[in-house]
Design a protein around this ligand. Structure first.
Ligand code: ADP
Ligand code: MG
Length: 259
C-alpha cells in the first residue's frame, strides 16, 4: 500500500490561480523522490498540500491510510518533517534548542512558551544531532554555523519529530556545491537507513539522477513525468523545461531588440 496517495488533487489560490491540476500520485514508503520542474510549476504548492500547510482545494490526500481532513491536519503534520531552503532556524537560539523545536508538536503551549522540554526530548534531540554529525555544535548559536551546517540542523529538527516522511523544499538552493552534495547524501542516508520517505524539490536534474529512486516532474501544475531517473532522457528534460527555454530565448531577443 502507498504511504501517501493523492487523488484528483487541485489547488486553487484565493486569487483564482490554479497551481495544481488533477494530481494523482501513489508514493510507497521509504523511497527518495525528487520533484523537478521549472520555477512556478507548483513544486512548493505540492509539498504544502501534502503537509496540509496550505490544504488542497479539491481531491483527497491520504497518509498511511488516513484521509487528511480539517480535524486531523495538526495530528498528521506532527510526524511529517519539513526542511526549508532558508533553513528557518531561530538564529539567536543555540542548535540544541532549534532541534528541540521539532518536539513542540508533542508539548503543551505552556512548555513551548518557555522552551521547557522533558529529558526524553533532549535525548531525542541529541540522537538527531548525532545523526547529522553536529553534536559538538549543540551549544553554539545557530547563526554561527555555516549554511551547510545550518541545513543539517534543519534536518535534525525534522528528525526530532520522529517523522515517517520528510518534505524538503529546495533544501540546497542556498548552498554551495559541496554543502549541497553533503545535504543530499545525508537525506539519502536517512531515507535508506531509517526507511523514512523523503520528497525533495530540486532544480538540478543531475542531483535527481544521482540520488532519487523516482522522479516526478511538474509543469504548469500538472505531472508531466513520473518514473525512474534513468528514463529522464534529454528529450524528456527538454519537454519538462521547454517553456522556460523558450522564455529565456524570448528574453534574450528582447534584450537584443533594446540594445
Ligand atoms: P514552484 O515551487 O514550482 O516554483 P509554486 O508552487 O511556488 O511553484 O507556485 C506555483 C504557482 O502558483 C506560481 O505561478 C505561483 O506564482 C503561484 N502561487 C504560489 N503561491 C501563491 C499564492 N499564495 N497565491 C497565488 N498564487 C500563488
Ligand atoms: Mg518553490
Amino acid at each position: 500500500m502507498a504511504y501517501i496517495s493523492l487523488r484528483s488533487v487541485h489547488k486553487t489560490y484565493p486569487n483564482g490561480y490554479c497551481a495544481l491540476k488533477d494530481i494523482n500520485l501513489d508514493i510507497e514508503s521509504g523511497l527518495f523522490i525528487a520533484v523537478l520542474g521549472p520555477s512556478g510549476a507548483g513544486k512548493s504548492t505540492l509539498l504544502r498540500v501534502m503537509n496540509a500547510l496550505d490544504p488542497a482545494t479539491q481531491g483527497e490526500i491520504s497518509i498511511d491510510g488516513v484521509v487528511l481532513n480539517k480535524k486531523n491536519y495538526r495530528q498528521m503534520r506532527a510526524h511529517i518533517g519539513m526542511v526549508f531552503q532558508q533553513f528557518n532556524l531561530v538564529d539567536r537560539l543555540n542548535v540544541m534548542t532549534n532541534v528541540l523545536v521539532g518536539r513542540l508538536a508533542e508539548r503543551s503551549w505552556l512548555s513551548s512558551l518557555f522552551y521547557l522540554f522533558p529529558k526524553t526530548d533532549y535525548q531525542i534531540a541529541e540522537a538527531a544531532l548525532r545523526e547529522v554529525d553536529l553534536l559538538e555544535k549543540a551549544w553554539s548559536r545557530a547563526d554561527k554555523l555555516s549554511g551547510g551546517q545550518q541545513q543539517r540542523v534543519g534536518i535534525a529538527r525534522a528528525l526530532a519529530q520522529q517523522p515517517k516522511m520528510i518534505l524538503a523544499d529546495e533544501p540546497i538552493a542556498s548552498l554551495d556545491p559541496k554543502a549541497s552534495e553533503e545535504v543530499l547524501k545525508l537525506l539519502r542516508k536517512i531515507c535508506s537507513e531509517k526507511g523514512i520517505t523523503v520528497i525533495v524539490n530540486l532544480h538540478q536534474v543531475e542531483y535527481a539522477k544521482q540520488f532519487a529512486d523516482r522522479v516526478i516532474a511538474l509543469k504548469s501544475g500538472q505531472v508531466v513525468f513520473d518514473g525512474h531517473p534513468d528514463a529522464l532522457t534529454q528529450a524528456r528534460q527538454a519537454e519538462i523545461y521547454g517553456t522556460i527555454l523558450e522564455e529565456t530565448t524570448d528574453d534574450y531577443e528582447l534584450v537584443l531588440a533594446h540594445a
